[in-house]
Design a protein around this ligand. Structure first.
Ligand SMILES: Nc1nc2c(c(=O)[nH]1)N[C@H]1C(S)=C(S)[C@@H](COP(=O)(O)OP(=O)(O)OC[C@H]3O[C@@H](n4cnc5c(=O)[nH]c(N)nc54)[C@H](O)[C@@H]3O)O[C@H]1N2
Ligand SMILES: Nc1nc2c(c(=O)[nH]1)N[C@H]1C(S)=C(S)[C@@H](COP(=O)(O)OP(=O)(O)OC[C@H]3O[C@@H](n4cnc5c(=O)[nH]c(N)nc54)[C@H](O)[C@@H]3O)O[C@H]1N2
Ligand SMILES: [Mo]
Length: 651
């Protein structure tokens, strides 16, 4: 068992560049010139076998420049980000049905809707701003349903909590669909007008009676029936989902199963009715929109379209590879085989955020050159050959970001960066120059204006208008108009010509989690977030923070009793991939056989040593939400050291 130091690590800002003289040797301080020359040499030697990890926390402008660097300077489409680990299935599912990967509604519509269905989403903890709209909606009379294996803080606000078994969302969604059809509550005029594949869908869901679904999902038949009737009868309904749906080996199928329900009832393309994947990072939507994904150029334009490629080739005076690049997941596989030799990692911490993290670290060690550009000295930075200190997008730079409702908003520099830190865009352009592409952008606005010139969806958003309107949602093709707050109103048009491409039902099947529970690993572990910490903890994990609470493995009272453990006692937790040790917390919101851990404290308890790298074949997202584990009480136990207080499970 890898036993880690349980002393919390304090992350300090990186204030000067660093280089390593030999693999495995120590890092030492370097000048910017030396560090950039080293980075240019390492990356330049790997043109064609290069991958870029771009930062979902940084600005649109920085993501635009990062993907342009990948495509123009390095000649490949291998650019991706942590979107792959969270909402790539949402983007894939929404694009397949509606032709674009964004959520269809706006936050404000939630204030005025009649039903809010939170599916696999703990928005009370993870999307607090959006959750204010949920609370406003409830205050205005909306009913809320929550579908989550745990009775979360979000579920506490719901009229009904459907506590399903992990990985049984398709059976539940299919049973809801079947019940709607059998009760005659489906919207036949919308189905005929706007969709394809209904007959096939109806046949697919037919075996999922309430009784069969109850058996598989663990949700009482009456609760499923109630949800089906409430959703179908609501005048307006918002279906919101997050990682409980996407972080599965069949995440895209899960997304399709939920979108089916909106097509069945006509709850899409109208004010107050829609589907919303609540995105994770402040700018993960924008990163994808800017083309920092392997299959799309800026403005979500398909690389495989020759006319689109030609447009960008002219604008950038380059040749764009006519093929999709590698996803983050594929890049890690290619590190293993040696196909990928150099990585430029900007503001990501995959050494701790990837599923089966020990394997991810071993793979990164095989690279000829790893350049890390971050604001903190992360576990990933500790593997790097060159470290470049960046400014934080938040408060230290100018630019724009795009939130889950597709709203582009300005961010402005308010404070000076520490030490020698330089702006992300500045560093990338300096590197591009050293590799033969002397790019000059006077400021973030000139990057934005270049993006506007190649992305019709963003063309109408000048910095001036963004400031005037306090942010504008895409699409915004005109400089004198604002489009409706919701997408796909076209599907309701009387005129078939204006309706455009119809929305296909997804024919998807139940496929249980890959990591099966058995006698050896009898507990289902699901992982996720708490209100008081952020992702791998780099930005929130400092011991100095009064918010810090440390890791626990959360069990239901019955399981804690069965193992003879109480709050604070240490246990050993093993999966088929690794073993960690953590204290116990008892949460009555869990059900027997289900455990919960976060990903927030990997320096003390590396949860991702337990998780499985079983990926969705369409989106490449790993099954973070379903591992099989065993829990063993340790012979000598006592209150864990270094833990300041219990987690706010239900604050
Ligand atoms: N405080 C805080 N906020 C954050 C973050 C953070 O680290 N801390 N991270 C940000 C990021 S990057 C993201 S992507 C978002 C994520 O936001 P969320 O997706 O809301 O967060 P999670 O806690 O990962 O997972 C959501 C829920 O999925 C449930 N779940 C697990 N398995 C299943 C299943 O099989 N079916 C269903 N229906 N539900 C299941 C879990 O019990 C959990 O309550 O949060 C963002 N906001
Ligand atoms: N077990 C488990 N694992 C998970 C998940 C889960 O639910 N369970 N969720 C997955 C999800 S949804 C996600 S999104 C990933 C997150 O995975 P990562 O993105 O790898 O993790 P973060 O901790 O968010 O890392 C953010 C990094 O960006 C840096 N940074 C912040 N701002 C800036 C900036 O302006 N410029 C630069 N250059 N750097 C900056 C921070 O210092 C930090 O190092 O984790 C995934 N891993
Ligand atoms: Mo995320």
């Amino acid at each position: 068992m890898k036993k880690r130091e349980r002393t919390p690590k304090t992350y300090a800002r990186i204030t000067h560049p660093m280089v390593r003289d030999e693999k495995g040797g120590p890092l030492r301080r370097a000048s910017w010139d030396e560090a950039l020359d080293r980075a240019a040499e390492g990356l330049g030697a790997a043109r064609g076998s290069f991958g870029m990890l771009s930062c979902a926390r940084a600005t649109n402008e920085m993501n635009y420049v990062a993907q342009k660097f990948t495509r123009v300077v390095m000649g490949t489409n291998n650019v991706d980000s942590c979107n792959r680990t969270c909402h790539a299935p949402s983007v894939a599912g929404l694009s397949a049905v509606f032709g674009s990967g964004g959520g269809t509604s706006s936050y404000g519509e939630v204030d005025h809707t009649d039903l809010i269905l939170m599916w696999g989403s703990n928005a009370r903890f993870a999307h607090p701003i959006f959750f204010q709209h949920v609370l406003r909606g409830i205050r205005n009379g909306a009913r809320m349903y929550a579908v989550d294996p745990r009775r979360t803080s979000t579920a506490e606000w719901a009229e009904s909590w459907l506590g399903l078994n992990v990985g049984t969302d398709i059976p539940l969604a299919h049973a809801v669909g079947r019940e709607i059809i059998h009760a005659g509550l489906h919207n036949t005029s919308f189905i005929e007008r706007a969709t394809t594949g209904f007959e096939e869908y109806a046949a697919e869901v037919e075996p999922w009676t309430l009784a069969v679904a109850e058996k598989v999902t663990g949700v009482p038949a009456e609760a499923i029936r109630d949800l089906a009737h409430a959703y179908a009868r609501a005048e307006r309904a918002q279906l919101c989902w997050t990682l409980g749906i996407t972080e599965h080996h069949n995440g895209t199928d899960n997304v399709r199963a939920l979108i089916n329900l909106s097509l069945l009832t006509g709850h899409v393309g109208r004010y107050g009715s829609g589907v919303q994947p609540l995105r994770g990072q402040n700018n993960v939507q924008g990163g994808g929109d800017m083309g920092a994904i392997p299959n799309r150029l800026p403005g979500f334009q398909d690389i495989l379209e020759p006319a689109i490629r030609t447009k960008f080739e002219t604008a950038w005076d380059t040749v764009i590879q006519p093929e999709y690049g590698m996803t983050l997941t594929q890049m890690f596989e290619a590190m293993e085989t040696g196909e990928l030799k150099a990585v430029y990692c900007i503001g990501e911490n995959p050494a701790q955020s990837e599923a089966d993290s020990e394997q991810a670290v071993e793979r990164m060690k095989k690279l000829d050159c790893l350049v890390v550009q971050d604001i903190f000295l992360t576990a990933t930075a500790e593997l790097a050959d060159v470290i470049l200190p960046a400014t934080a997008a938040w408060a230290e730079t100018d630019g724009t970001t795009t939130n889950s409702e597709r709203r582009v908003q300005r961010v402005r520099k308010a404070v000076e960066p520490p030490g020698e830190a330089r702006e992300d865009i500045d560093i990338i352009c300096d590197l591009a120059g050293r590799l033969g592409h002397p790019w000059k952008y006077a400021d973030a606005e000139s990057v934005w204006n270049e993006l506007r010139s190649v992305s019709p969806d963003h063309y109408g958003m000048t910095y001036e208008r963004l400031a005037e309107h306090q942010g504008i949602q895409w699409p915004c093709p005109d400089t004198d108009k604002i489009e409706p707050t919701y997408l796909h109103g076209r599907l309701w048009d009387e005129d078939p010509a204006k309706r455009g491409r119809l929305a296909p039902f997804g024919i998807v099947k139940h496929d249980p989690p890959v990591d099966l529970t058995d006698d050896q690993y009898p507990i289902r572990l699901t992982t996720g977030r708490r209100l008081d910490s952020y992702n791998t903890g780099v930005q929130t994990g400092s011991f100095a923070s009064p918010l810090r609470r440390g890791e626990y493995v959360e069990l239901c009272p019955e399981d804690a009793e069965r193992y003879g453990v109480s709050v604070g006692e240490e246990v050993r937790i093993s999966s088929r991939r690794g073993t960690v040790q953590a204290p116990v917390w008892v949460d009555p919101g869990l059900r027997p056989g289900l455990a919960f851990m976060t990903m927030h404290f990997p320096d003390e308890v590396d949860t991702n040593q337990l998780t499985i790298e079983a990926n969705c074949p369409i989106a490449g997202t790993a099954e973070f939400k379903a591992s099989a584990i065993r829990i063993e009480k340790l012979p000598v136990s006592g209150p864990a050291s270094g833990l300041v207080s219990a987690p706010a499970v239900r604050s």
